[in-house]
Write a new protein. Sequence first.
Length: 490
Amino acid sequence: MTQRYVTTPSGKKLVTVIPGDGIGPECVNAARKIIEATGAPIEWEERHAGESVFKQGIASGVPQDTIESVGKSRVVLKGPLGTPVGYGEKSANVTLRKLFETYGNLRPVRELPGVPTPYSGRGVDLIVVRENVEDLYAGIEHMQTPGVAQCLKVISRKGCEKIVRLAFEVARAEGRKSVACATKSNIMKMTEGTLKRTFEAVAPEYPDIESWHIIIDNCAHQLVKKPEQFDVIVTTNMNGDIISDLTSALVGGLGFAPSANIGSEVAIFEAVHGSAPKYAGKNNINPTAVIGSAVMMLRHIDEFDAASSIENALVATLEEGKTRTRDVVGDEKGAPTTVYTDEIIKNLGRKPKAWKVREYKQIELPQVTREPDFVKVGKRRVAGLDVFIESNRTAVEIGEDISRIVEGTPVYLKMIASRGTKVWEPTGAITDTVDAWYARLMLRDAAGDLTDAQAFDVLQRIAANHRWAHVEKLQEFDGDPGYTKAQGED
Ligand code: NAP
């Protein structure tokens, strides 16, 4: 990061504050009021995004003056944003995260005194480091046929390197002992496998931190069974989204789950939860997650004392147990959001009995080259083509037809697959099919390199008889195939 934050002429640190939608303003106001009570030198620049902006007709949900403010301040405290039905195609949240390349999402959870859960007494204290801009959340979706949708899972080696290094740096900054990498690399060998391989390559650079890999489904299982075994978990975007909601439930629910979206230039601090519209304006929600996010923000801008003071006051308030919100003690006994906030302010300067603020250092943000071609290869070749087609004919009809079409060309039809399973030549298996298929065409010369002219010619011949949706080159990089086999393909 070039500069973590900006100091204004009056000597204050500039923070863009986005109140957000639904319960957002109530949570953000609580956090602001508590920060102001500590006297931390913050100058707020209020900007907007989300529902109100969509309704003004701005399709991205993020107006230019918000983008400019974030680009200037580099630090954002934000309430959740909703995407109202009928407005905007993309989430304004994801847009903000992606516009400022906040590639790492830190989601800590720690058992809180005064917040009883089935896990109380077990010392849950972990942080999920979620990749934040790639994966299925890149949002690259296409309808392959009227009835078959596809979403591209984009995982880059560079993105993995950034998130893995961030996870180890977070472990060091927070004095943690181990980092677990949770992936589905056993099934998605290329995408999820890239995270696992990158993790294994980078881990030896952090010999002071124990490192291990776990398959994500077992990780979910272990998180429910024995969550105290985890310290830092690094994972891909969608896995991280799901397991971090799970981990928040281990310590009392979404009302207690803060987060930080970290990039090389900008950091955005927000709760894990959404805008919970049914509670909007009722003054009965739990603002702890946003307050916790504000505490993370204060550390990011070197206001460590104010951060510890708020953390202590918050935990002391919960520990005392007089003033807790509806989600902890139920409707009858739940304190209004504003009363809970004022109680925390009253408790500034107090320390809880059963809690020690951990020793934080500033996170050393990974320096990864900005060069787009992060991975360089020596030798490459195109071994064939996958042509994705739409057809309501049978696998045998399509297979025989495409075999005939490519006779006399440099490629042969190796197989036809439907939804990733080989269905031609028939294997005797009983596989249901849909109208989306791909034809795998391999070069007859197993050492050859398919030219674009040859590829166009093959595509044109197929297109004369079949409706095609897209084409993938089957590339090899330094001898390794850059494509996977279909289920059942030899
Ligand atoms: P949600 O807003 O997180 O709410 C789900 C449930 O979590 C609530 O019904 C409530 O549970 C509980 N909850 C959440 N925040 C709470 C708080 N501060 N205090 C107490 N309880 C809390 O999820 P959603 O209903 O799926 O999403 C609503 C909207 O938020 C959607 O438009 C979604 O796109 C958006 N969203 C935004 C963000 C973001 O801005 N980062 C993140 C997620 C979702 P009970 O019903 O059990 O009381």
